[in-house]
Write a protein that binds this ligand. Sequence first.
Ligand code: ADP
Length: 307
Amino acid sequence: MSLSKIKHIVLVLSGKGGVGKSSVTTQLALSLSLAGHAVGVLDVDLTGPSIPRMFAIEDAKVTQAPGGWLPITVHEADPGAGVGSLRVMSLGFLLPRRGDAVVWRGPKKTAMVRQFLSDVFWDELDYLLIDTPPGTSDEHISLVETLLQKTTPEQLAGAVVVTTPQAVATADVRKELNFCAKTGIRVLGVVENMSGFVCPNCSECTNIFSSGGGEVMANDFNVRFLGRVPIDPQFLVLIETGRRPRNPEGTTVNGHNISTPAGAPADDQETRDSALLVQKYKDCSLASIFHAITADVVAAVQQAQGS
Ligand code: ADP
């Protein structure tokens, strides 16, 4: 069975689209891999699968093996460097045209999600992150039902809920937390994304919108607050162009110094190198933030599963 060799399954949920759920999934995956874990990402966001774009593997072709699909390898494990393998499967790979799935009717979507959960050959994974559609739709219910049927309680670790300072003010994220409570999915924690802005000129983090609402809400619901993630234009550039992030001397985010070391290549051309995404991501201001968030998620999973 495709899920049987997976140790921990983590759902990534958001109350509404555009809050950065796929970006958070991507960065959790990169961070877990940098911590030496074998990671898989399953993208079932039929409203617009963006995971292939995040990992720059939009043109990858999935291979059909007898009884299922083989996920795309983003990178293999490098035990010497302490990096775990990273594999990805997205509904986006199976769509003849982008946006096709959006017009499918409910039962077709539900059937696809079911099949997706059972027909991907993951092999051994420490973590499988599932990027879900925004909201609490029929697909979510069917996803959770299928997961409850096909996994053991030890495997199904819980959910990370992503919000933004503005979305906290809406009812969506609260609905998401209520959905978890109703379906018996443990909430591992809440991430407040787009909380402030890392200025590309001075690299100072500024709060353009109010921030902190995610923490208040997490406290209200008695769930763990995993942290605030600012908007970093260099993360976008890394995803869009593959350019390695560069940070002026003295760059500090959330108290971490993440300046680009002296002696690093001087201009954009030289930084457009062929290193793996996971290596370039280490130079992103958001990497240190996700290092801490990931450590908290791992702790929450271990605490929940008593391992
Ligand atoms: P969702 O999955 O919730 O629809 P995405 O993860 O696709 O949202 O994010 C929407 C857009 O915002 C993407 O282009 C993404 O790269 C960008 N983005 C999200 N979070 C950040 C961030 N913290 N810093 C910079 N860009 C971000």
